[in-house]
Design a protein around this ligand. Structure first.
Ligand code: NAP
Ligand code: GLV
Length: 310
């Protein structure tokens, strides 16, 4: 019997129980006990939401892996009680959702849609937008999400540059890395998309100095994590017009407090961490596949590097 603890908020259990049971069965795992209530010493796997009930992993002495329901692991990776392997979520449904969200917001700014949606004032301004091939878009982070968004934007014809920690070769994307690569990625970024994880290395990556390297009138789209941006520096860059607009999905404090200046700023679009959520059916298949792999002695998918923090 494999004991699988589902450790997330109660509403998630209602959504995930049936798809997880189905996926575990489809993976050939017949003899399992999936529950929100298993004695810690009996748990073999934890399906985890980092904001759920399990914060101390020490009592889970026989747990073979912790399987995160979220892509981001910043709230669990530094947990000193966590000694078990940790896998993050890479879910094709979530990836598709992120591609749709990022593409939509890039196209909004590329086409200057706001001018027509909000500016219907009787004046015929017929300045046509450039073609995508003349619009440089930079994506910081070329992982599961950043690379998929980059490919989709390249497929639409955008001039896509990406930046990551390690060197990459992705067709259709000019791939850069390192400090010099970041400078070049920022220098050309008329539209900048942040899809980096939050780690000690990426916190405040987009500070005053980095913002100053971007072209005048650039747009920023952040579905990554709030702490990637120095908020005061961004507000200043928006006030001076150096940055034309920021579309922000993630924040240092969530929900974003009602009195935060982002809410009222005319050059900021706030979306409430909805860029892309984990999708229950496809994510359940990933969880089941990892349990199957573990039981078969095969390496887990999407293991987190505890030293790198993602
Ligand atoms: P991932 O596959 O782990 O990719 C992370 C990317 O960031 C990789 O390309 C990595 O470089 C790069 N990176 C990490 N540290 C770096 C550094 N110090 N310098 C340069 N590049 C660095 O992660 P993912 O699945 O694409 O997800 C990215 C983030 O999106 C998550 O961590 C989460 O914060 C966010 N997210 C948000 C939502 C939402 O709804 N808003 C939904 C899901 C995820 P290498 O490729 O060289 O390792
Ligand atoms: C959402 O932000 C996630 O990390 O899955």
């Amino acid at each position: 019997m494999i004991n699988i603890l589902f450790a997330a908020r109660p509403a998630s259990w209602a959504r995930y129980e049936a798809p997880l049971r189905k996926a575990l069965g489809a993976a050939g795992l017949e003899d399992f006990n999936l529950s929100t209530d298993i004695a810690p010493q009996d748990v073999d796997y934890i399906v985890l939401a980092p904001n759920g009930p399990v914060q101390d992993f020490a009592p889970y002495t026989r747990c073979r892996a912790v399987l995160n329901l979220w892509a981001g692991v910043e709230n669990v990776v530094g947990n000193r009680s966590l000694t078990q392997p940790l896998a993050r979520m890479v879910d094709e449904g979530m990836t598709q959702g992120m591609v749709e969200w990022v593409t939509g917001h890039v196209l909004r700014h590329h086409l200057g849609m706001d001018a027509h949606i909000h500016g219907q004032d009787g004046i015929w301004r017929n300045d046509a937008p450039p073609l995508a091939q003349n619009r440089p878009v930079t994506i910081l982070g070329l992982g599961a999400l950043g690379s998929a968004c980059g490919r989709a934007l390249a497929g639409l014809g955008f001039d896509v540059t990406g930046w990551s920690r390690s060197a990459k070769d992705i067709p259709g994307i000019r791939c850069l890395h390192g400090d010099a690569g970041l400078r070049e990625a920022l220098r050309t970024a008329q539209i900048l998309v942040l899809l980096l994880p939050k780690t000690p290395e990426t916190e405040n990556l987009l500070d005053a100095q980095a913002l100053a390297q971007m072209p005048q009138g650039a747009f920023i789209i952040n579905p990554g994590r709030g702490p990637l941006i120095d908020d005061d520096a961004l507000l200043h860059a928006l006030d001076t017009g150096h940055i034309a607009h920021a579309t922000l999905d993630v924040f240092r404090v969530e929900p974003l407090p009602p009195d935060h200046p982002y809410w009222a700023h005319p050059s900021v679009t706030v979306t409430p961490h909805v860029a892309s959520e984990t999708r229950k059916d496809t994510a359940s298949e990933v969880i089941a596949e990892n349990i199957r792999r573990s039981e078969a002695g095969e390496p887990l998918l999407h293991l987190v590097d505890r030293n790198l923090g993602y």
